[in-house]
Design a binder for this molecule. Structure first.
Ligand SMILES: C[S@@+](CC[C@H](N)C(=O)[O-])C[C@H]1O[C@@H](n2cnc3c(N)ncnc32)[C@H](O)[C@@H]1O
Length: 341
């Protein structure tokens, strides 16, 4: 499996050149595993092969995570036929697959997400957000991209001292943001829908804070297993990184407004941005179902997020984009309009 992944990614890297045309694609089942062959020809001016690999592999935040390219044979060859792509798109029916996944989990979409991040998803993301070498090329790239997002958030927040500042890390995962904030003296409340995630975050925080020697008075974050909707209270700052991918747009606006209502001074939101380009790539990625694609992934138009904020009197003060080969995430820092400089 690992060998296959390495072969595939090598092929993709060596074929890196812009704007592929999809020549042919066939999908079959062999020995219970779904085998997909896609022939791609690179021809124009965008790094689509890389990004298609992202969606195909279920790469970054922007799409759906998976074990990488394993389980998938991705051959680069000649020819071009968008019709084949269209046929393949109609062949795969992601909606049916999702319904099946939901039925298997015996729950609604949120139950699917919770279950996923307590089981397979926890194992996968715990590795991605950790330091283990047990990650493939795609996962390593996602780790790098995500670390860049966290770094940017810390840079935004670092423009004033964090000692004693209350921060809510909504959907905290394994604590990638909560822990550095706590180390800088912030009083952190962190929650996640997955109890496995918060347990791991608490374990990591305990280890990091006990070995810290930065001399700052620190407080262990308060970790809690609960969904975003259930968070209450008021915090100086609220951060919600890479979680909105689990919210359809009709629910995302209400969620953005809920998060803003919890914050007194600033809100940091990162999400996979909707553009035609990314949405096509995401759709292509959906051709390649894998056991790990247990959750739906939603891209969000930046304008919609901004409009939701505006409705409740918030404005975007700063924005950043992080894009690596397999990870793409828009970061917004919003503040109450009355406090905007
Ligand atoms: C891609 S991870 C990001 C984790 C963390 N924010 C970070 O950047 O390191 C997405 C996280 O969102 C959590 N999540 C998904 N849906 C959620 C919900 N409705 N409420 C709270 N957490 C949720 C998942 O359990 C997972 O830990």
């Amino acid at each position: 499996m690992a060998g296959m992944a390495a072969t595939a990614s090598t092929t993709l890297r060596s074929s890196f050149c812009p704007a592929p045309e999809f020549a042919s694609s066939n999908v079959g089942v062999r020995g219970g595993a779904r085998i997909v062959r896609t022939h791609v020809q690179a021809s124009a001016a965008l790094p689509v092969v890389e990004l298609a690999a992202q969606v195909v592999s279920g790469g970054g935040l922007g799409v759906i995570e998976s074990d990488g390219i394993s389980g998938l044979q991705f051959a680069v060859a000649g020819g071009g036929a968008i019709a084949a792509l269209a046929a393949a798109l109609s062949f795969a029916d992601p909606e049916k697959r999702r319904q099946k996944q939901a039925a298997e989990t015996g729950g609604d979409e949120k139950a699917v997400v919770r279950n996923y991040f307590n089981t397979k998803g926890f194992e996968r993301w715990n590795r991605i957000y950790g330091e283990t070498d047990d990650v493939n090329t795609v996962q390593l790239d996602i780790r790098t991209g995500h670390a860049q997002t966290v770094e940017k958030v810390l840079r935004f927040l670092g423009d004033r001292p964090l000692e004693g500042v209350t921060v809510c890390d909504a959907g905290c995962g394994t604590g990638s943001l909560s822990i550095p904030l706590a180390l800088q003296g912030a009083h952190v409340y962190a929650s996640d829908i997955s109890s496995a995630m918060v347990e791991e975050a608490a374990r990591r925080a305990g280890a990091a804070l006990s070995s810290s020697s930065n001399g700052k008075p620190t407080q262990t974050p308060k970790f809690e297993a609960c969904d975003l909707e259930s968070i209450t209270g008021k915090y100086d700052t609220v951060a919600c990184l890479d979680v909105l991918i689990h919210y359809p747009q009709d629910k995302a606006s209400a969620m953005v407004q809920h998060l803003a209502s919890l914050a007194e001074n600033r809100l940091l939101l990162s999400f996979a941005p909707y553009t035609l380009y990314y949405s096509v790539l995401k759709r292509i990625g959906e051709l390649f179902p894998g056991p790990s694609k247990a959750t739906r992934a939603y891209l969000h138009a930046e304008d919609d997020v901004e409009a939701a904020l505006k409705e409740v009197g918030w404005v975007v003060r700063r924005r950043e984009m992080t894009g690596t080969k397999f990870y793409f995430s828009r970061l917004l820092e919003a503040v109450p309009a009355a406090k905007a400089q």
